[in-house]
Design a protein around this ligand. Structure first.
Ligand code: G1P
Length: 298
């Protein structure tokens, strides 16, 4: 029987340089997207896919991320006394009690592959998920469900093969991403297809396709062995993509194209669009936002 995916690694040790100065004193993962920090959206996405153990790979100075998921008794007590039940509901028990969050440190910024490897001793030779917290994956239709990550887990369950979520992006920006090589095979939405290769941040001329890895993975534990032997790649960092490329040549790896709405909150444009998208999905703020957007001049 296929091992269930219950663990997710969320690397949060990045310095957030693309979002400076906003991220000088605040972890980028705690910047709010609409009404809550981006990390809360991502953790909830993981839980919706069946994850019960979250491993945050963090660094010094980012303790506030852990605090966000912890109880804040004084605040809860005050809100309770003032009868502010609605707000209380948003700060108390943010995640269900059965979900455990553990954090470990990545002392040196050696890359995404290295961050994932830091969690090896907690992964117990089990398959696991990786969710990158810069990226907000929104359901293309509904504010109240988010099925893309759950679908990735489902694809693992049926194929017993590692999965990466991909989306089509403009070739001009392909050099920001890990890119899928399907060897000319046409990918279809929601279909898990075998990969021929992966390449990290290729130029638009060298990119094997415009299918970009968007930061959602379900992986077998064997990838950790490959990571241990992966030399620094693009940017002098140990790249998860490079280890996955080796893994897929031996054991296979599939890509699943999503129709989800993707916002890369690690840059100002994506961050703004994520805020607008979620704001416009809430009937309470939709009218106000539409009014602002329709204003003739600024
Ligand atoms: C990372 C990965 C890359 C992936 C991207 C998604 O890059 O290395 O393969 O496509 O996230 O956002 P980063 O954005 O950390 O440079």
């Amino acid at each position: 029987m296929t091992a269930k995916i219950i663990k997710a690694v969320i690397p949060v040790a990045g310095l957030g340089t693309r979002m400076l100065p906003a991220t000088k004193a605040i972890p980028k993962e705690l910047l709010p997207v609409y009404d809550r920090p981006i990390i809360e959206h991502v953790v909830k996405e993981a839980i919706a896919g069946g994850i019960t153990e979250i491993i945050l790979v963090t660094r010094s100075g980012k303790e506030a991320i852990e605090n966000h998921f912890d109880a804040h008794y004084e605040l809860e007590h005050r809100l309770e006394n003032k009868g502010k039940e609605k707000i209380l509901g948003t700060v108390k028990n943010i995640i269900p009690e059965y979900v455990k969050i553990t954090s470990i440190r990545q002392a040196d910024a050696l890359g995404l592959g290295h961050a994932v490897l830091c969690a090896k001793h907690l992964l117990n030779n089990e398959p696991f998920a990786v969710l990158l917290p810069d990226v907000l994956v929104l359901d293309s239709e509904s504010r109240d469900r988010n099925y893309s990550f759950a679908q990735l887990v489902e694809a693992w369950n049926t194929t017993e093969t590692g999965q990466v979520m991909v989306e089509r992006v403009d070739l001009e920006i392909i050099d920001n991403y890990g890119v899928a090589n399907l060897d000319g095979l046409e990918s279809k939405l929601f279909e898990s297809v075998p990969l021929k290769g992966l390449v990290e941040k290729p130029s638009s001329e060298e990119a094997p396709s415009n299918l970009a890895l968007l930061g959602r993975y379900v992986l077998p534990p064997k990838v950790l062995d490959f990571l241990e032997n992966t030399k620094p790649g693009v940017g002098g960092e140990i790249q998860l993509t490079d280890a996955l490329d080796k893994l897929l040549k031996l054991d296979g790896l599939n890509a699943l194209e999503t129709d989800a709405e993707i916002h890369d909150c690690g840059n100002k444009y994506g961050y703004l669009s994520a805020n607008l998208a979620l704001g416009m999905r809430d009937p309470e703020t939709l009218t106000a936002i539409t009014k602002i957007l329709n204003k003739k001049s600024w």
